[in-house]
Design a protein around this ligand. Sequence first.
Ligand SMILES: CC(C)(COP(=O)(O)OP(=O)(O)OC[C@H]1O[C@@H](n2cnc3c(N)ncnc32)[C@H](O)[C@@H]1OP(=O)(O)O)[C@@H](O)C(=O)NCCC(=O)NCCS
Length: 221
Amino acid sequence: MFERLKFCVAHPCFALERLLSKTLYRWIVMHTRGIMAEGPIRVKGRPIINIAPGNHIRIGRNVTLRSSNEGHHANVYSPVKLVADRPGAEIVIGDRTIIVGTCVHAYSAIRIGRRCMIGAAQILDGSGHDLCFPHVERRQETRGGAQPIAIDDDAWIGMGVIILPGVTIGKGSVIGAGSVVTKDVPPYCVAAGNPARVIKDYSHTLQEADVTSPSPENDAE
Ligand SMILES: CC(C)(COP(=O)(O)OP(=O)(O)OC[C@H]1O[C@@H](n2cnc3c(N)ncnc32)[C@H](O)[C@@H]1OP(=O)(O)O)[C@@H](O)C(=O)NCCC(=O)NCCS
């Protein structure tokens, strides 16, 4: 709080710009056609949102969409991009999830759970073009198929990760920076590399943990 006050006094113009951009971009997101926000959201910097008529992007309570580089511990090279531009495509983002500089492009369905952290990743449920067929000179005209992606609650997707069509990332799992995820990752694991492989399974900690500790899931803004 004190640090924030110090910043406002030292840099009044930057502080005003920050405040205006947060408020303005949040308002724009909340009023974009097809956005269904279930509660307050935080919007830092200007995201890119593209929703075809009739499609929806459902955003849970206290979700953060960070497109600005300033104030983040790693570099954010591009804005958050949420695209549901094919007929019937949908994106669902669970409560308290934080998405930083990531492209989420749904051709069919991308579901992101609650309390996830996603850092500058690419999440695409379709490859974009047909692969193996005889008339390759026409590939640019093809659009390829799609397979839904699911990222379960409490997953942490590191910087620069690419998640390919059809993948499910289990609850609480961590994907190492720069990984390409081609197959499902079980819950409570760490996976990394290209292609991503499980490097750690920490599911045993569940037995050791105090499961009576309170869940943060109903936290208010
Ligand atoms: C995923 C991560 C947390 C794993 O850390 P860790 O559990 O301490 O992993 P370790 O250092 O014990 O590595 C275990 C093995 O996996 C490999 N590995 C770890 N991270 C890797 C990665 N991102 N890509 C490829 N291989 C990786 C290690 O080389 C090691 O291999 P070895 O057993 O052959 O020596 C960490 O590597 C990582 O990517 N951190 C960045 C998170 C991030 O993006 N933060 C900012 C955005 S919010």
